[in-house]
Design a protein around this ligand. Structure first.
Ligand code: ATP
Length: 291
């Protein structure tokens, strides 16, 4: 059950029958060990026309193995938050931790913190001159894994993401969905404990997207990875997530955190249930209130 409580600057955690009532920074991960934590994070971009305050006072804990979707209007700071979580971007203020370890020490990134992170973006960004299997094996090559071993692992990952028979194809010979599968396989190559995904299926048609969502759900369950997933699609966010973090713009703040207690594994039929519909409508209403 969602509450229709009025909004304040404070982060709301929507009530569920089973869930925590308000985020105090320790229960946010549903009682599980914390995989990622950001505390008091601000991000200001200096630009020629002045400063852009992209994130303000972000406090968020994400449990080990949890799947969190980030949603919100265009420009509310979703990508910025994901990049801060990934270590690609230093916060202007505040702390970022992974596995209990600080990501930034005296302004320097601790690379070891991010060694087990896999990243997937809207564009697959495959190397066009490498075959699928070589693209997938690339992170292993960079780690010095022997050729036979890395090709065997890459072939296994191609099977995981449904690319059997396309291992020796070049990216230009694949559809958009297949390229994204290859990008996911590449991100999985080093057995990441954290998978950060920025609109990975945004450019795909609706049917392919549904299929990819089912596959991502299976990959998440099999790998046990912590996933943070940016999307513009409320349906996709609800379908995939354990919790949905809704950001509000100028500056980007967490407006609400909504637990999704729909049973897993979820099939497409879950979208026809009353609970799913209520979650989607509630989140849409929150977004509309910002107009
Ligand atoms: N490199 C940058 N330099 C200056 N401003 C930036 C930069 N990157 C993002 N911004 C600004 O920060 C704010 C948040 O941007 P961000 O890309 O994080 O939002 P978003 O929610 O991911 O948007 P979208 O849904 O459109 O992808 C926006 O106002 C944007 O213009």
């Amino acid at each position: 059950m969602r509450t229709g409580a009025p909004m304040s600057q404070e982060t709301l955690v929507h009530h569920t029958d089973a869930g925590p009532q308000r985020d105090r920074g320790t229960a946010g991960a549903g009682g599980r060990a914390v995989g990622l934590r950001v505390s008091g994070v601000d991000k200001v971009y200096p630009t020629r026309r002045g400063e852009v305050h992209a994130l303000s006072g972000i406090d968020l804990e994400i449990g080990v193995g949890e799947f969190v979707s980030l949603v919100g209007r265009s420009g509310c700071g979703k990508t910025t938050l994901l990049r801060v979580l990934s270590g690609l971007l230093a916060p202007t203020a505040g702390a970022v931790e992974a596995g209990g370890r600080s990501a930034w020490v005296n302004g320097r990134r601790d690379d070891a913190v991010f060694a087990e992170f896999g990243l997937v973006f809207q564009e697959a960004n495959l190397f066009p001159w490498f075959t699928v299997v070589d693209n997938v094996a690339l992170p292993l090559k960079l780690r010095g894994v022997a050729k036979a071993e890395r090709r065997a692992r890459a072939a296994e990952l191609c099977a995981t993401v449904g690319l059997v028979g396309f291992e020796d194809s070049y990216p230009r010979e694949l559809s958009g969905g297949m390229r994204q599968r290859a990008a996911i396989a590449r991100a999985l190559a080093c057995d990441p404990s954290v998978l950060l995904m920025d609109e990975p299926f945004g450019a795909l048609d609706a049917m392919t997207r549904d299929r990819m969502n089912l596959e991502l759900q299976r990959i998440h369950a099999d790998s046990g990875a912590t996933v943070v997933f940016v999307t513009h699609s409320i349906n996709e966010a609800v379908f995939l997530a354990d919790r949905i973090v809704l950001l509000t713009p100028r500056p980007g703040r967490i407006r609400s955190i909504t637990p999704v207690t729909l049973p897993r594994p979820r099939s497409v039929e879950v979208e026809a249930t009353a609970e799913f519909g209520e979650l989607v409508v509630g989140l849409r209403r929150e977004l509309d209130e910002e107009d």
